[in-house]
Design a protein around this ligand. Sequence first.
Ligand SMILES: C[S@@+](CC[C@H](N)C(=O)[O-])C[C@H]1O[C@@H](n2cnc3c(N)ncnc32)[C@H](O)[C@@H]1O
Length: 470
Amino acid sequence: MNFPPDFISSVRPLLGSETELFLSALSGDASVSLRLNPSKAVRNPMESVFPSKRVPWSQWGLYLEERPAFTFDPLFHAGYYYVQEASSMFVEHVVRELVTEPAVCLDLCAAPGGKSVSLLSALPEGSLLVGNELVRQRAHVLSETISKLGYANVLVTNNMAKDFSAFPHLFDLVLVDAPCSGEGMFRKDEIAVEEWSMQNVEMCAVRQRDILNDIWPALKPGGLLIFSTCTYNTLENEENAFWIARELGAEFVSVTTDKGWGVSSSLDKRVKGYRFFPHKTQGEGLFVTILRKAEAGAEDATVGGQRVRSKNKKKPLPFMKDRSAYANLLLHPDSFIFMEDGNRIFALPVEYSEVIVTLNERLKTVSMGIELGEKKGKDFIPSHMLAMSRELNLSAYPIYEVVYEEAVSYLRRESIILADAPKGYLILTYKGEPLGFVKNIGNRANNLYPNEWRIRSGHLPEKKAEIFTP
Ligand SMILES: C[S@@+](CC[C@H](N)C(=O)[O-])C[C@H]1O[C@@H](n2cnc3c(N)ncnc32)[C@H](O)[C@@H]1O
């Protein structure tokens, strides 16, 4: 691969005699990995995934020997696993080691959702995750990723970092997986190579400081910031990490790593950080640093000492007093508060319902808790998010198990014919896992799979694309 000469000259001082090994690894093939969704993969243990070896810093990460056609595996769409680059899974290790109490967590730059997936599996039970993404279309991709996982303790928003200054000290943990120059993605993404320039590196470094400065007031004193990039240069990494500690007021925090993982330490003695280089670790380029915000002091000075509050306050949404119509949809209805927004019905985890409602009043919400469905006249149309939720009560609707070809046809949003099935709303399952709802009207079933998520390819692979062996 032809790397920009300025990029090569910028890595030489960092890597010295290892530069050639690094460049040759960066020209090689990226490894294929996925992380199982612990909330859904219970019936299919890790061992049932075809030839694979574990990602050592992750409890649920696996390397595959080849890249299957994931699109045609129904369990991929059912949220059984997420295709994720291995280095990124290090966030799971950091959170598991440092966060031991339920936490309110913000993943600020979250789309497409890889690190949110890691956070959700590692945060202690009883935590809340706010997954935020600035770019609207990408915020919907994030919501799709999170919905498929089936967690209820999540809010997905589409805001700028500074919008969160309306919530001073709300978050125990903030992850800023910052937009960066993407040098670590060079072997996966040719566009990242084409777009690389020193000016872009400098621009990214400045933008990262702006984002960090804007989000700082929302982090609790004593709270943790995880700052990460998928690039190698020190301007966006060590320099910015040092700037956070000095200018925003924070101390570096370490986590343990095993020598065998091949993780390198920061290239600057003033900074604690973790680096993933492709000639040393099996994964793409990554830099991670962790800082604890000072207990008191400078933090709010960055916003002029004022608690900035958004004026864009929507009308508060009412909680429903009569829960009877929807309670049977969930396995643990008493753990939820039911809420109506227009015709849409949501279930929010009791312990975070007020926080979610407050956030929803001031932010652009894409999804929250579990969307149960929509009222249309006398009809109630169950939502796809309910089908994906691990809270779904499988006895709320009749179940219809489909075979592989029917599952792919459903995921393409084709209308399907179900032999001997009752009329009305049904849950389609594949290998016992919910794929979504249909409304069976007798001679055919109306497909309720979300149009924007459908498999667009008409091709069907010769071999069933299935990750799990029977
Ligand atoms: C490195 S990606 C995040 C990847 C994601 N955390 C994951 O693991 O799947 C950075 C994200 O930041 C978003 N972004 C771009 N500019 C931003 C800004 N000024 N403030 C916040 N986020 C921004 C991008 O749209 C992009 O989705």
